[in-house]
Design a protein around this ligand. Sequence first.
Ligand code: PLP
Length: 449
Amino acid sequence: MSVAYDFDTVSTATPNDLEAFWMGFTANRAFKARPRMVARAKDMHYFTPEGRPILDASAGLWCANAGHSRDPIVQAIQKQAAELDFAPTFQYGHPTAFRAASRIAELAPGDLDHVFFCNSGSEADDTALKIALAYHAIRGNGTRTRLIGRERGYHGVGFGGISVGGISPNRRFFGGMLTGVDHLPHTYDREKQAFSKGEPEWGAERAEALEGIVALHDAQTIAAVIVEPMAGSTGGLPAPKGYLKRLREICDKYGILLIFDEVITGFGRLGFPFAAERYGVVPDMIAFAKGVTSGTVPMGGVIVRKGIYDTFMDGPEHVIELFHGYTYSGHPLACAASLATLDLYRDEGLFERAREMEPVFADAMMSLKGKPGILDIRTVGLVGAFDMAPSPEGPGKRGFKAMEVGFHDNGIMFRVTGDTLAVSPPLIISESQVGEIVDKLSKTIDAVM
Ligand SMILES: Cc1ncc(COP(=O)(O)O)c(C=O)c1O
């Protein structure tokens, strides 16, 4: 049963039915019976249509890293819309796209210096996987078609992404997906890692499983390995110490491309432009999205190493080198939003701020250790995750209730996966607002235990 919702205070005088919008990754009937609706946002807060502030402890969906409705970004989007609303980037171009690509590439480590644009994290991941396959094919290694993901990995919802992804409900109903895919084991073991701040001491050995996968399939069949430096969607699982370095070594040994999915970890979430820098590991490709525009306009992309780009730049010059792209790749509004966002990150030192804030944030989150029903707390950068014991009513029920109580009673938005609560606030958060998150979470957890 959905309710009629009065949008009066939003933009229209007529009460609307909530039925038509089939919401993604949402319990639609429960939402429509008791909506968690926001109508406005500024800096660290959302506001309900009635004007009640909601502390944004999740940067929306891990994306509003600069905070909400920031003036310089808003103005840049408005100006761009008036000046050049749309231009194709197939065979034509516009300056803002080239500027944005250069600025993004500047932030990437090593020789990652070319950017392929798309519009979301899912598209970024599928693009990276396709580039990997095409790269090997062009070099005459046509047998290298196998893609390796990881259990508990999330790489969006395209067929490529769900194939290498490791979340069973995201895969269950969608047929055979890509063939020739295998998965590394995930890196989480509560017994060995519970209540870790930052990268857990234990777990680098899980990278050795790649050797086993190579032995099973033969390196000559493997195109790429894709991992998130911190698995976000399955509950904020930071890479164990040394894990990513070891993956890099094994990939190098066998000529396998290493893709970092930095859709969440990019643009300051872990205190650096990209987590690659935090871990001192240069991948062959970085998939990004979300924070690149602070969530204001959809944008994603893949940053590739020079050698990969150069491999494609062969053959007659009038011939298209990569048969891939999206109508909205390098959309003027997204590029303008991105340039303004990157300026803001730089001018306000927000990546450094996240790094400085990390210990304060970690201590604050860990203060909830010992609460009844809290099985683990993990932190890294400005990410905190809380595993709650499932309720006797079944897995996910307590997490869902926490989301409702958090929003309706305690004025906080966070992310819920099963019975895990995840927080990832905008990087502009103040110390007192970190305290506020802890208070609100604490009250929320108490209410659902
Ligand atoms: C690591 C990672 N990759 C890919 C995606 C998919 O991004 P999008 O929802 O923009 O397609 C997400 C989204 O949360 C993500 O966290």
